[in-house]
Write a protein that binds this ligand. Structure first.
Ligand code: G3I
Length: 318
């Protein structure tokens, strides 16, 4: 896939499970053979990098960046601001009132700037704010919105830009492939940010699909609407789950979904990153989250290519 990525001038990436990266030579080998771009699946999230207040643990995040540098890969930073995987000291402090709004804003600024500065020049793009909108198209009720107001988004992008002027700064979310409420909300957030001259460079479509649902057939047009605002587009967390057991028919449908997604991305000039959320069924978030579902990746548990992998290759060869 690396050759095809080069041919098309796009980045083909995978999320990285750091435990596997360290412990499994075959996982590491295939990751570095196939992908030109990496995203830490969990290692750059707030609970990972600052589990105790003021105590930073960069080892896992550093391991991803070091692996990328050794193997000529670029890195997406995931993620600076989210409502999940926040450290306990932060959520409990906000809850019991010992961290008030002014302090919370200070903590957030410090977090954004410390992390972006640490990887200055080493991270191509940051998911600055992840999943800021809910499925009804409203601003998601998070501790950030509730305690800092909607301006936290503009603040975060400005802080990140100041910390690394060259990193591309993204919003990132799921279901933006098709959910009209989310699409409209994001378009208006972005236009508002641009009107305030807030530095925003890209929109990330996570791309968590399932074959039990229709393929989001309008996705390429949706990408174009965001691209028309002058943004980069990236597919940041692609996977296609299925209700188990696996059958040849389901694998064929899955392959078609992956292939359509890559085709959609390649058809939009601004879409130059296609990242899968884990490349092997050996390490995938899906079975732990969706009861009875799985097999969402392009390689199986033994790192053997599935039809989806072949379909991506065939699509990129066209
Ligand atoms: O680190 C602990 C480990 O110490 C413990 O032994 C183990 C036991 O369950 O849990 C480990 O933490 C888990 C962590 O992944 C690391 O494996 C958490 O329980 C688990 O909840 C966490 O799940 C991650 C999830 O985000 C959490 O929100 C998934 O791996 C990760 O793939 C998923 O990624 C998100 C993106 O960041 C944003 N978009 C959606 C996507 C899928 O949910």
């Amino acid at each position: 896939m690396r050759d095809l990525a080069r041919k098309h001038g796009i980045r083909i990436g995978s999320a990285v499970d750091v435990a596997a990266l360290r412990a499994e030579a075959d996982y590491r080998h295939v990751l570095n053979r196939e992908f030109t771009h990496l995203t830490a699946e969990n290692a750059m999230k707030w609970e990972s990098v600052e589990p105790e207040r003021g105590v930073y643990t960069w080892d896992d995040a550093d391991a991803v960046v070091a692996n990328a540098r050794r193997n000529g890969q670029q890195v997406r930073g995931h993620t600076l601001i989210w409502h999940n995987q926040l450290p306990g000291w932060l959520t409990s402090g906000v809850e019991d009132g010992s961290i008030g709004p002014a302090e919370l804003r200070k903590i957030l600024r410090e977090h954004v700037q410390t992390q972006v500065r640490r990887y200055k020049g080493k991270i191509r793009a940051w998911d600055v704010v992840n999943e800021a909108v809910d499925d009804d198209g409203n601003m998601r009720q998070t501790i950030w919105l509730q305690h800092l107001g909607p301006g936290y988004i503009a603040d975060a992008f400005r802080w990140a830009r100041a910390a690394d002027p060259r990193a591309k700064l993204y919003l990132n979310d799921y279901n933006v492939e098709w959910n009209q409420g989310k699409i409209d909300r994001y378009l208006s957030i972005i236009q508002e940010l641009q009107a305030q001259r807030v530095p925003i460079d890209g929109m990330g479509f996570q791309g968590h699909l399932g074959i039990q649902y229709d393929y989001p057939g309008d996705w390429a047009n949706v990408m174009r609407r965001f691209a028309a605002l002058g943004l980069e587009i990236a597919v940041t967390e692609m996977d296609v789950r299925m209700v188990l057991p696996v059958t040849p028919e389901k694998l064929a449908t899955q392959a078609e979904y992956y292939s359509r997604a890559l085709t959609d991305c390649l058809s939009v000039k601004a879409c130059r990153e296609f990242t899968v959320w884990g490349y092997t069924d050996r390490h995938s978030w899906v079975p732990g989250w969706f009861d009875g579902e799985g097999a969402a990746c392009i390689l199986d548990e033994n790192l053997r290519p599935k039809p989806a992998y072949q379909a991506l290759l065939a699509t990129a060869r066209r």
